[in-house]
Design a binder for this molecule. Structure first.
Ligand SMILES: Cc1cc2nc3c(=O)[nH]c(=O)nc-3n(C[C@H](O)[C@H](O)[C@H](O)COP(=O)(O)O)c2cc1C
Length: 221
């Protein structure tokens, strides 16, 4: 695949083949490639916890139990100006071209949201962290690392989904995975082979035009 093809092919996978494990060498290669990401003073601030098998199952069970206990997510709500993006994603995910859950099916929606905490059935899960003494610029480096990692996974034929949802329950993750207090938990990642029979995996989210996000100042000489 060319780099353009890999970039376009990457998308969020929300149903995995849970019985098809990810080969260790494939993950190792993607991790190795991701280390080439740039970072402030080359501090390489990404800290990743990768779980598979019983360890991943334990984390999923702990998160689902926490959510089912009625614990409130610590993920802050999106600012008003950005909320419509979230609604659009929801419309697509739960609509006729996605999971096809009727609007008034409250239980159906709750069950679908709960799948976040099961990492959508992915056999491998990751928790992405950063030292809590670092700043936004350093979080940017972690993002660059993560995208490089995801692209390498895509090129290897794997699906992935970044998940802020799981970071809403940091104490449970910390306790179950053994993450020290000095690391902030940024997000989770679901990794595995995509279930290609599921319509939800065929969704492709729209992007706003480049002109809406970019100011280009040119000298017309
Ligand atoms: C930081 C971050 C957090 C995300 N959190 C979630 C999440 O909790 N659950 C989920 O299903 N998707 C999550 N996503 C996936 C986004 O919804 C997705 O990237 C976006 O809609 C664009 O679609 P695409 O990844 O298929 O191109 C997250 C993505 C990022 C980068």
């Amino acid at each position: 695949m060319s780099i353009d093809e890999v970039i376009v092919a990457r998308h969020s996978t929300r149903r995995f083949l849970s019985d098809k494990p990810v080969p260790k060498d494939v993950i190792q290669r993607a991790l190795q490639l991701a280390t080439h990401a740039p970072s402030n003073s080359n501090i390489q601030p990404w800290r990743l916890y990768l779980l598979s098998g019983a360890a991943a199952d334990r984390l999923k069970r702990a998160l689902v139990a926490e959510v089912n206990s009625g614990a409130i997510s610590q993920v802050p709500p999106l600012p008003e100006a950005f909320k419509h993006f979230n609604s659009e994603v929801g419309k697509q995910l739960y609509g006729a071209d996605g999971l096809n859950i009727p609007r008034d099916d409250v239980q159906g929606h709750q069950a679908a949201v709960l799948r976040n905490y099961e990492f959508y059935g992915a056999p491998t899960t990751a928790i992405v962290c950063i030292d809590n003494a670092l700043t936004k610029a350093d979080a940017l480096s972690v993002g660059m690392y993560l995208q490089t990692f995801l692209l390498a996974l895509t090129e290897a034929g794997l699906g992935s989904c970044v998940e802020i949802s799981v970071s809403g329950y940091p104490e449970i993750i910390r306790k179950t995975v053994g993450i020290p207090a000095e690391l902030d938990i940024i997000c989770g990642v679901a990794i595995g082979y995509e279930d290609e029979t599921m319509k939800v995996n065929k969704l492709r989210m729209e992007r706003v035009a480049v002109e809406e996000t970019t100011v280009i100042l040119e000298d017309n000489v």
